[in-house]
Design a protein around this ligand. Structure first.
Ligand code: ASP
Length: 322
């Protein structure tokens, strides 16, 4: 069977899209991860048409994505790998909470081969019990994207907008249109089930099969923490984390990678002692532009949380410590 035919598989992980509140008008006092992914699909008219064929649901987890962990990532990566290798699968959709969606998107983009079939993340800012839930339309749109011929990469579809895993970022804690692709702009839009692309499908990324192999064979992930530069950042936290055996540190620096002199010294000490350090910026747009003579490596344009994932995968791919 050729790519472009076959079924869409929707993997459920929970989130607000599957959330329930005691009162229909309550958009914030709800519990995430209550409704099964099968029930979510049953409530959406026109789904088979959007899927251009068969659609199946599987529950991988049922959690609030603030609690997302390596065990669920491992399971998700494993199941997505199987599905993407199945010629009967046209694309995969993952329902997910909004809080850590960009992290799961970047993790999956880093480890999966999506050059021929997409993985599309769907989410919602209003629970399933809301007066006007946004989940059904977001899920319908995500299925439409997954079923679109030529779709590839790991993508997120929210409020009619398609984002790439690299650029997507949650930028608002409440409004329905809560995501942005920053300077890059959206990849495209979904309009009445049709995809309109601004930039063409993303270039296929090279999957970190080295890291994926270790993920499949270990429950021990490296420990990488994210710190921030701020007024009075004295670097003590770095020394404490190094004493505590941290493997890697990502710093959300100010501006173009600037650090309080005391924090800079502490990070350089950590780096010299063998702890991997990456410098990202806490600015929501743009990237750190490295300068000759910089003492610490930068995050290659990744946000602090995504730089953490790339560093985790770098460390996972290294030969095991005895
Ligand atoms: N805390 C929720 C979650 O990330 C928020 C949401 O999905 O909108 O699962």
């Amino acid at each position: 069977m050729q790519v472009g035919t076959g079924k869409i598989v929707v993997l459920g992980t929970g989130g607000t899209i599957a959330g329930k509140a005691a009162k229909a008008g309550d958009n914030i006092g709800y519990t995430a991860g209550q409704v099964s992914v099968g029930q979510l699909l049953e409530a959406i008219p026109g789904l088979a048409q959007a899927a251009r064929g068969r659609i199946e649901a599987e529950q991988i987890a049922q959690i609030d994505s603030k609690d997302m962990d390596f065990a669920v990532w491992r399971q998700l990566a494993h199941r997505c790998t199987q599905l993407l290798a199945d010629p009967d699968v046209r694309g995969v959709v993952v329902t997910h909470g909004t809080d850590t969606l960009e992290e799961t998107a970047w993790f999956l983009d880093s480890v999966l081969d999506t050059a021929e079939r997409p993985v599309v993340l769907a989410c919602a800012m209003r629970p399933a019990t809301a007066i006007a839930p946004d989940g059904p339309q977001n899920l319908l749109d995500a299925v439409a994207v997954a079923a679109t011929p030529g779709a590839r990469g790991v993508l997120a579809v929210v409020a009619g907008t398609i984002h790439t895993a690299r650029d997507v970022q949650k930028v608002h804690p409440y409004r329905v249109d809560a995501f942005s692709s920053g300077d890059a702009g959206p990849l495209g839009w979904v309009e009445e089930g049709a995809v309109r692309l601004a930039h063409g499908w993303p270039a296929p990324s090279v999957p970190r099969l080295d890291a994926l192999h270790h993920i499949a064979n270990t429950y021990l992930w490296p420990r990488v923490e994210v710190l921030m530069n701020h007024v009075g950042a004295d670097g003590r936290i770095v020394d404490l984390l190094v004493l505590d055996g941290v493997d890697g540190l990502v710093v959300a620096a100010t501006g173009n990678g600037t650090l309080h002199h005391a924090l800079a010294k502490a990070l350089e000490r950590a780096h010299e002692s063998g702890v991997e350090v990456r410098v990202a910026t806490r600015c929501p747009l743009g990237r750190v532009l490295p300068k000759p003579g910089d003492a610490l490596p930068h995050s290659e344009g990744l946000s602090p949380v995504k730089a953490r994932i790339s560093l985790l995968l770098d460390l996972l791919a290294r030969p095991r410590r005895p």
